[in-house]
Design a protein around this ligand. Structure first.
Ligand code: NAG
Ligand code: NAG
Ligand code: NAG
Ligand code: NAG
Ligand code: NAG
Ligand code: NAG
Ligand code: NAG
Ligand code: NAG
Ligand code: NAG
Ligand code: NAG
Ligand code: NAG
Ligand code: NAG
Length: 470
């Protein structure tokens, strides 16, 4: 019901905007503009399109010469999507404010004088993956659908040999519709040579630790435990942005909250339309502030800044280590799983890849020691690979985050800056041994599922949870 009336409101507002812009110049994104905004993706808090990790250390992602790949694991985020319902409604508030403005827009907002169409055509699209079908532009290269297809092509280029041994294998996804759809687009992109069974794992807290979203099964886990501290980051950049736009456009009354919504408008419009004029209104400094504010939020909500971030992530890390240990015995050599950014951040917190032990600080941007960047780690379509390879008689493990090899700081003496297997197990043990998920998460947790078992029991359980739109 609420959705229906919101749709009517959008259609009405679009029609009204058309009338207001008397001459009604047609709003259309020129083909040659698409692809010109990729430099700002890394400042969009991981809400905008996928991009490779910007600093790759120069280490090739391919298995080092003379080494043979033994196993690969993937924890991936769903692809480019529409805003969530909550975020979409916030962006819409700001859009309405602009759509109700009676003057002629100046400067960076002047594109709104054209017959601009809001980028979410139907509130039913909130929470969903962007696709060729629901995208506003058939040439949009940034839909979640196309991203997943490109990803599976890259996957085949690097890891096809591992699939060779088992043309039938399982892929795992949470039962969030957009995660499921990403997994399905990825599978479709593999072509017809493979017989893939998609295992859909319930996100519900009753799944306990047997989940790709174990934070929901962790009763004590609270994303908001540090909100008070995170809020102390200065919002001056937002008031500067709002002020600038209000001065340029007399009578416009944008608030800090509107200014913040504009960043998300930019990011999500890119996912939907392939280009966003809103992205051109920010200064470089504003983008840096927005991006760091998002780092702070992510770090303190799900990363090493949250007291239970690594605890939630220990479930996936522990299972990953177990898969590595069993790689010779397991017929399946590629373990591909799709979930949300928050779960990838929990997992990364447990692994400790981007943790230098210094807590992110709200009083300044740590330019020199800035190792935790949410958007670099978990943009839409993020992909965190664990590679296990063998060179002569020794095996090694290393991580590849968004196409860049990220060595373990204290263990990188192997080929391609990998970690020798036994040392890797010691490293993992040192990070996992202090963590007792059931203990730290409290009593409410489903006592029938205190560890992740679906990689081992999917053949008998055949996970098929109903999809949820969240
Ligand atoms: C003006 O804003 C209201 C909500 O505050 C909205 O319902 C209406 O559609 C907006 N008008 C236009 C032209 O967008
Ligand atoms: C698959 O394995 C066979 C036999 O080991 C090999 O001949 C073939 O080249 C492999 N194909 C690919 C695509 O790796
Ligand atoms: C495909 O995989 C399923 C198990 O998921 C198996 O039952 C079926 O026999 C396989 N089909 C082929 C053609 O390999
Ligand atoms: C747009 O800017 C011009 C000068 O740059 C100014 O004269 C005009 O009042 C502005 N329009 C609005 C609606 O603020
Ligand atoms: C702008 O909005 C604020 C908060 O909604 C309000 O207090 C203020 O009076 C408004 N200013 C103008 C010029 O409309
Ligand atoms: C942040 O930095 C300030 C000033 O350097 C320092 O006083 C404060 O303790 C730091 N806070 C955290 C959480 O590290
Ligand atoms: C690998 O180990 C086997 C037996 O453990 C040995 O015969 C062989 O020489 C070793 N190869 C290399 C390259 O070290
Ligand atoms: C973890 O904590 C639970 C509950 O306190 C306890 O029953 C269990 O034995 C602990 N497990 C380990 C491995 O210490
Ligand atoms: C988790 O919750 C339980 C109560 O359910 C509490 O006793 C315990 O101290 C909590 N642990 C942590 C680490 O917050
Ligand atoms: C645990 O029990 C809950 C509630 O009875 C059920 O929904 C859930 O599927 C069970 N989980 C497992 C792994 O058996
Ligand atoms: C870690 O993995 C082992 C092996 O699968 C399992 O026995 C154990 O319960 C797991 N621990 C947790 C906390 O997931
Ligand atoms: C999942 O599979 C079970 C057993 O085959 C079946 O009873 C159940 O209805 C299925 N659930 C969904 C959501 O398809």
């Amino acid at each position: 019901m609420a959705m229906g009336s919101a749709l009517v409101a959008i259609l009405a507002s679009v029609a009204a905007l058309g009338q207001a812009a008397v001459v009604g110049r047609q709003y259309a994104v020129a083909v040659d503009k698409i692809g010109t905004q990729e430099d700002i993706f890394r400042f969009l808090g991981g809400a905008g399109p996928y991009f490779s990790f910007p600093f790759d250390n120069g280490i090739p992602e391919q298995t080092p010469d003379c080494c043979k790949l033994m196993q690969v694991q993937l924890f991936a985020r769903h692809g480019e999507r529409f805003p969530t319902k909550k975020k979409g409604n916030k962006i819409l508030e700001t859009y309405y404010k602009l759509a109700n403005y009676t003057g002629t827009f100046n400067e960076s907002l002047s594109f709104l004088n054209d017959d601009y169409e809001f980028f979410v055509r139907d509130p039913e699209y909130y929470e969903e993956e962007t696709t060729l079908k629901n995208s506003l532009n058939p040439l949009n290269p940034y839909t979640g659908e196309r991203d997943a297809q490109r990803h599976s092509q890259n996957f085949l280029a690097l890891y096809k040999n591992l699939l060779n041994e088992t043309s039938s294998f399982a892929v795992f996804t949470s039962n969030s519709k957009r995660c499921h759809d990403t997994a399905q687009f990825f599978i479709d992109g593999l072509g017809n040579d493979y017989n893939v069974s998609l295992q859909v794992i319930d996100e519900a807290p009753s799944s306990g630790a047997n989940s790709l979203t174990p934070r929901y099964g962790c009763a004590n886990f609270s994303e908001s435990e540090n909100d008070g501290y995170v809020r102390t980051y200065s919002r001056e950049y937002l008031s500067n942005l709002a002020k600038r736009l209000n001065i340029e456009n007399k009578g416009l009354n944008l608030t800090n909250s509107d200014a913040e919504n504009l960043f998300f408008w930019c990011a999500y419009e890119l996912n939907v339309r392939g280009y966003s004029d809103i992205c051109s209104i920010f200064t470089e400094e504003e983008l840096i502030h927005f991006s760091y504010q998002d780092d702070l939020e992510s770090y303190y909500e799900n990363g090493n800044g949250n007291s239970l971030g690594a605890v939630a992530g220990s479930i996936l890390f522990n299972a990953s280590v177990e898969l590595l240990k069993q790689s010779d015995d397991l017929e399946q050599k590629a373990w591909l799983s799709f979930t949300h950014d928050s779960d990838l951040i929990n997992y990364i917190a447990a692994v400790g890849l981007f943790d230098n032990g210094v807590k992110l600080n709200t009083s300044y941007v740590p330019f020199r020691d800035h190792v935790y960047r949410k958007s670099w780690i978990a943009p839409q379509g993020a992909r965190i690979y664990t590679q296990k390879f063998s060179c002569y008689n020794q095996s090694y493990v290393r991580y590849v985050v968004n196409d860049a090899v990220i060595p373990i700081e204290s263990c990188s003496s192997g080929p391609g800056f990998s970690c020798p297997l036994e040392q890797f197990y010691d490293y993992a043990e040192s990070r996992l041994s202090d963590i007792n998920f059931s203990d730290k998460c409290g009593k409410i947790i489903a006592t029938n599922a205190t560890s992740l078992t679906f990689y081992w029991d999917y053949k008998t359980r055949n996970y098929n949870a109903s999809l949820v739109k969240k």
